[in-house]
Write a protein that binds this ligand. Sequence first.
Ligand SMILES: Cc1ncc(COP(=O)(O)O)c(C=O)c1O
Length: 439
Amino acid sequence: MPVPGNAALHSASMHETTASSPPSELLKRVRAILDDSDRWREQTLNLIASENLLSSAAREVLDSDMLHRYAEGHPGFRYYEGTKFIDQIESMTTEVMCRIFRSSWADVRPISGTVANEAVFSRLVPHGSPAFAHTVASGGHISHAKLGALGKRTKDLNPWPMLDDGWNIDVPAAKDKLREIKPSIAVLGRSLILFPEPVSDLAEVCHELGTVLLYDGAHVLGLIAAGRFQQPLHEGADLLCGSTHKTFFGPQRGLVLSNSDDEKMTRKVDKGVFPGSTSNHHLFTLPALLVSAFEMEVFGAAYADATIANAQALAKGMHDLGLDVAAADLGFTQSHQVAVDVAKHGGGKIVAARLCDQDIICNMNMLPGEPPAAAVDPKGLRFGVQEMTRNGMGPDEMREIAQIIRDVCVDEADVRERVHALRARFTDVKYGFTPDDLR
Ligand SMILES: Cc1ncc(COP(=O)(O)O)c(C=O)c1O
């Protein structure tokens, strides 16, 4: 696909220029864009699987003097002075994360899931060494692919062999391939993740070969934290990376966790995080992560139960209405996600845009078996229910959403009024603390 230059991007995406107006007018425009965005988001069904909402308490602590500061190194050893308060926040966050994930080691400094992955790959994948990861069509993330963080270290990327169902790894074949190829790293975890990965089945072979087994739990981190999805570190994964803002309640950050006693490995990852992949680690978001971690301890289990029940209700609802929901034979999903094949309704690109025009926001997604070229116009859609669950929706609302999505996909119906009426009943952020709880 050709990559447009800045000018083309500008005219394609903004439809206006900053050249002809004074800053005083442009500032008002900035405010107006944000107000429009906030108002619109309050009316839409937000079903992007990688997003979530902050509680009012977590949002409040984003605005502090830490917004302006640096803290390289670790609490107790910094390269700059003036960090005594951020040291307290960072130490507490590390401690709470270790408690939540029952891990012996955590690095909370990566500023995103991709940065967490990069920190691991940069120190544990020798240049050109073989690696195992999912392809994007099998749900893998771009950071596990040739053009992403892993691809910067090696082009010797071996896809996990999959069963005919397209969703599950063929474990005996995977063990054989691991033994044959002896990769430096084996990456489990996906962007389209409906079911747990066979961590315990593969851990023994990886350890026998000296292969680092990384579970990328970016999407399911909150479900893991709540004990409602598999527990990678306790099934044999050496490292768990994740994003803190998908099913976890936090601001946009990442982390790496381990329960391994291989200190040489964690020391390398530590160096991969800093100085390898971060310097300033966006300190102002760390207090919000800490608040969200406390929220996870208090509300996580109830939230994860509701999220998974909602995903199942949405999947079954769409299936019963005749949509081609993926993995029907396997029970649709055990996570926050639902995948749907919309090839016969125009394909993922067209249908996602049609839904967005109706204020239902999701993304097009490749489905198992699709060729790499399908990335720009795949068959599928991916929905995530974690955000609407945090707004307090339950299975009844999921069935209503299923009907709305069906009416857009099949009848190309105008459903905006129904969407707005449904959303207007769910505006608060549940499963979280309020500013009063901070005082
Ligand atoms: C499996 C997986 N890993 C990593 C990432 C990257 O996370 P982030 O957006 O926090 O960089 C994603 C993003 O969706 C993902 O799905």
